[in-house]
Ligand binder design. Structure first.
Ligand code: 6LW
Length: 524
């Protein structure tokens, strides 16, 4: 079936009268790294246990980002084994354009992979197989080239070593460069740039939680000696009541007009105290000016003054009816997506999933999902579980997920919260396809008490006329990073836990005030 539905909304697409909305990449998009080639900007993020990995975005204005691919989209580039824990996997890319090529370096954590370099002439892919850099023992690697063509790899600590990026060989010994503020934890996320007569070393410190911050130092040469900025940290929201928290892990870019911008990660905690963020760490944009040779970061707020050249909106999400030959790059699976686990041709117009693991607890579960990008949203799918068991799942990790599942003449809602597993509600249904529906409902701003939940997840069966039989409503805090731990956020999608399960369409619809936040969509 083809679902045709157009969605327009006044003030949609993150763009109204010279303002834009932050985050510019909502949902699980942390550790952004950005580079410019002419008038085009490219950005990459961490992807942890998800496959395909390292989402790659294009923009003409830094505000509106469209996903053009994933750097890691085949097993020869990286295998994420089932033994690798959630929130391990692929961390913190640096994306640069040098010598006519795109270069991307990441750390593969938890499988002994270490630091890996990939290159491409077209950022949409294909990207190369990896060059391993065994002499760099640290996360968050950066690549920078000096005027003599030396390639400097700087990483968490903060340490640095010269490398040959074509072979991965280190040249000389790693050296400690700078550790940020005395006593601050986790100096990490370095990026090294030449601006004017100085080399600037941008870092994150304080840990990726509420104490997160961005600091900078400068030196006459890429290897130091580094002098810290007297105004450090140049960005932090620690100890404030701002709606955007945990601001850190940043990258700088000079726009085509000579203005400077910072991309960074932050979170939007909801509910009472201590606050729960459910969408993961998201990518925000802030203006940067220079004073006395130091960058000064502008406000990071939900509504921002747009750069004068920001003008082209991106479409809002539309239903995916699975009528195309392949899956859009936004669809991600847990660790791998073997060819035998999914098909768009077995029943044309439907996505067929074949079970591997027996539930969403399984590290190798057959799951195809997308990031939750809006605080309130409605997700619906038409599922035929005649030949199996499966449905719609909201996943934080193996031990924190809710799902509404069809199979064996029933629809049931299952909740996994840590060691507790419970079937919360069941309904008998007649044979044939059934519409499963999830409404994620964030409270209105004034609706607050100290233990208020960040959101509610209402699961139901939708009739053809749109009426909903609600099975249950669950507290969203248990699918937050503050409860589950780790580095990710919610991913919502389809799964098969037994036999084969077919999905005719999947519809993710932003709701509420937050619906103006761009969703990096470009059609199914
Ligand atoms: C990343 C580190 C961080 O490697 O979190 O917030 C880690 N910063 O720089 C995982 O995303």
């Amino acid at each position: 079936m083809t679902l045709t539905q157009s969605r327009t909304r006044p003030g949609a697409n993150g763009w109204t009268d010279g303002v834009f909305t932050n985050p510019v990449l909502a949902g699980l998009h942390p550790d952004p790294s950005v580079c410019r080639v002419g008038d085009d900007y490219y950005l990459a993020c961490s992807s942890f246990e998800y496959f395909p990995g390292v989402p790659l975005f294009h923009s003409r204005d830094l505000v509106h980002w469209e996903q053009i691919g994933n750097v890691l989209d085949r097993p020869s580039q990286l295998v994420l084994p089932p033994t690798m824990p959630s929130s391990a996997g692929v961390y913190a890319p640096t994306l640069r354009h040098h010598d006519g090529r795109f270069w991307l370096i990441v750390t593969s954590v938890g499988d002994g992979g270490g630091n890996l370099i990939y290159t491409a002439t077209d950022p949409a892919g294909p990207w190369s197989d990896p060059v391993r850099v065994p002499g760099v023992n640290g996360i968050d690697p950066d690549l920078a080239w000096d005027e003599d063509g030396n390639c400097w790899c700087t990483y968490a600590g903060i340490e640095q070593v010269r490398i040959d990026p074509h072979t991965g060989r280190t040249i000389g010994r790693p050296r400690r460069l700078w550790s940020g503020a005395p006593g601050a934890q986790a100096p990490e996320a370095p990026h090294l740039y030449r601006v004017g007569g100085y080399w600037y070393l941008l870092i994150a410190e304080g840990g990726t939680e509420r104490g997160h911050a961005v600091s900078i130092a400068r030196a006459p040469a890429p290897d130091g000696p580094f002098e810290p900025c007297p105004a450090n940290p140049i960005l932090t929201h620690r100890g404030t009541n701002r709606p955007i928290q945990n601001t850190g892990h940043a990258d700088l870019v000079e726009a085509a007009d000579g203005s400077w911008w910072m991309v960074l990660l932050g979170v939007r905690p909801g509910g009472g105290t201590p606050g729960w963020h459910v969408l993961g760490r998201e990518t925000f944009l802030a203006p940067v000016t220079w004073t006395d040779g130091w960058p000064v970061v502008g406000e990071v707020a939900p509504v921002m003054t747009a750069p004068p050249w920001a003008a082209h909106p991106v479409p809002l999400p539309v239903p995916d009816d699975f009528d195309n030959d392949g899956l859009h790059p936004r669809w991600i699976s847990v660790r791998s997506r073997p060819a035998e686990s999914w098909s768009l041709t077995e029943h044309p117009g439907w996505l067929t999933l074949r079970a591997r693991g027996a539930s969403m607890d399984d590290p190798a579960v057959t799951f195809v999902g997308r990031r939750q990008q809006h605080l309130s949203c409605r997700v619906r799918t038409l599922v035929d579980a005649t030949a199996g068991r499966g449905g719609l799942a909201v996943r934080l990790d193996e031990r924190h997920h809710y799902e509404i599942e069809a199979g064996d003449g029933e629809v049931r809602v299952v909740a996994r919260i840590g060691t507790v597993l419970s079937t919360v509600a069941t309904r008998s249904v007649t044979a044939g396809p059934v519409r499963l529906r999830l409404d994620v409902i964030a409270p209105s701003p004034g609706d607050w008490h100290p233990s208020k939940e960040p959101d509610l997840l209402q699961f139901g069966i939708e009739e053809a006329d749109g009426a909903v039989d609600v099975l249950t409503t669950l507290d969203g805090r248990y699918l937050s990073t503050e409860v589950a731990g780790g580095f990710t956020g919610r991913v919502i999608g389809m799964y098969a836990a037994a036999g084969s399960v077919r999905f005719d369409w999947f519809d993710y619809e932003p709701r509420g005030d937050d619906a103006r936040t761009p969703g990096s969509e470009s059609g199914p």
